[in-house]
Design a protein around this ligand. Structure first.
Ligand code: NAP
Ligand code: FE
Length: 370
């Protein structure tokens, strides 16, 4: 057997873990840049907790709170300017995948003069600000991945900075911050986490170890389906979702994502469909398509979720997703063509062709006459 597994992020989970981790943050330096979105961190208690922890450590901070969902390249350069101006020593990212990803790009750009055409390719030097990540959605797992995903208008999609240099130093997971997450965001982010686990399980870079993590995450998310449908999510359920989201990040840090994310990026860029929802829309069709080639793997996914058949899994996803968006034929052609050019396709255990990708889009979305 050959395998690799790299997870350098220290993970601490539990109520009050931010305050209780002050001594882990102390050595990171004198001044922090807090990278966050416009408002949620101010409402859910995470920003207060971070500021109290920094005060306890006698560490200064400056806030960059202009990260929008699906962050742009400009946002990363903007945050890096602030980091340089205030000569910060480290970064604390608070929020969903958007602030966490922006923070990773800022951690590099604050120290390295990288022009935009080298942002996603490097070469990067090892001079990167250390980061603490505090997720407040349960979806991306970005707190434990070496990826920063930014909207890239020059290719009308999202591009990925992928380097082990941007693994956060520390991830602090306190599910209390997700308590007031709107139900739609909770469902969409859970679908993203589920997609990470499933895609990782179906990647050529998967290993027995990443499979173990993936199946644990898949089962844990499925056990929350009823609560996700009804909105009845108590604290233990929210903890499960946050934990499973982190597991999904651990998985894709090893395996990358495959077809579902490759197609999902176009649904987000062109049709403004939320990232997690985009993946959730495509998952069942993808599994049906590859089942003849990988019956054992698909069966293992179904049984990890406690379902008796792929049809049952599809029905359960259907109930979470609700009415589906529409797609025109030229759109499906364009998105599948773009997805074929991504690195994700090379990660697939079953190599798709463009027609396969079109079929997934057509069977996942309502087809409107063009
Ligand atoms: P997000 O874009 O970070 O946040 C979505 C919305 O949720 C924002 O309006 C945010 O408000 C709000 N929000 C966040 N936490 C909240 C809370 N606790 N309570 C109430 N509202 C809250 O959403 P996301 O789905 O977590 O992240 C998606 C991004 O992650 C995409 O850009 C995707 O490409 C990327 N991603 C990255 C990886 C990776 O490995 N790096 C993996 C998958 C996806 P505020 O703006 O006010 O905070
Ligand atoms: Fe994702």
């Amino acid at each position: 057997m050959t395998m690799k597994f790299h997870m350098p992020t220290r993970i601490v989970m539990g109520a009050n873990c931010v305050q209780e981790s002050a001594q882990l943050v102390q050595p990171l330096g004198r001044k922090a840049l807090i990278v966050t979105g416009s408002s949620s961190a101010k409402r859910n208690g995470s920003l207060d907790d971070v500021q109290a922890m920094l005060a306890q450590n006698k560490q200064d901070s400056v806030i960059y709170d202009r990260v929008e969902p699906n962050p742009s390249i400009a946002c990363a350069y903007d945050g890096a300017d602030l980091a340089r101006k205030h000569q910060v020593d480290f970064i604390i990212a608070i929020g969903g995948g958007s602030p966490m990803d922006a923070a990773k790009a800022i951690a590099i750009l604050a120290r390295q003069d990288l022009p935009e055409d080298q942002l996603f390719t490097g070469p990067y030097s090892e001079d990167v600000l250390p980061m603490v990540h505090i997720p407040t959605t349960s979806g991306t797992g970005s707190e434990v991945t070496p990826y920063a995903i930014l909207t890239n208008d020059s290719i009308q999609s999202k591009s990925n900075m992928a380097t082990p240099l941007i693994f956060p130093r520390l991830a602090l997971l306190d599910a209390r911050y997700t308590r007031d997450l709107p139900l739609t965001t909770t469902v969409n982010t859970a679908l993203d986490a589920l997609s990470h686990c499933i895609e990782g399980y179906l990647s050529i870079r998967s290993s027995p170890w990443s499979d173990l993590v993936a199946r644990e995450g898949i089962g844990m998310i499925a056990s929350c389906f009823a609560g996700l449908r009804t909105g009845q999510l108590d604290q233990p359920a929210r903890e499960k979702l946050l934990y499973a989201s982190m597991l999904g990040g651990v998985v894709i840090a090893q395996t990358g994502t495959i077809v579902v994310h490759a197609l999902g990026y176009s649904l987000t860029y062109f049709k403004d469909i939320d990232h997690g929802r985009a993946n959730g829309l495509l998952l069942a069709s993808y599994l049906k398509q590859i089942k003849p080639a990988l019956p054992g793997k698909v069966e293992a996914i179904v049984s990890s979720m406690g379902f008796s058949s792929l049809d049952e899994l599809e029905r359960e996803l259907e109930r979470l997703i609700g009415p589906r968006e529409s797609i025109l034929k030229p759109e499906a052609l364009q998105y599948s063509h773009m997805a074929m050019k991504t690195r994700n396709i090379g990660n697939c255990l079953v190599q798709p062709n463009q027609k396969d990708l079109e079929d997934i889009l057509f069977s996942s979305l309502n087809t409107a006459a063009s």
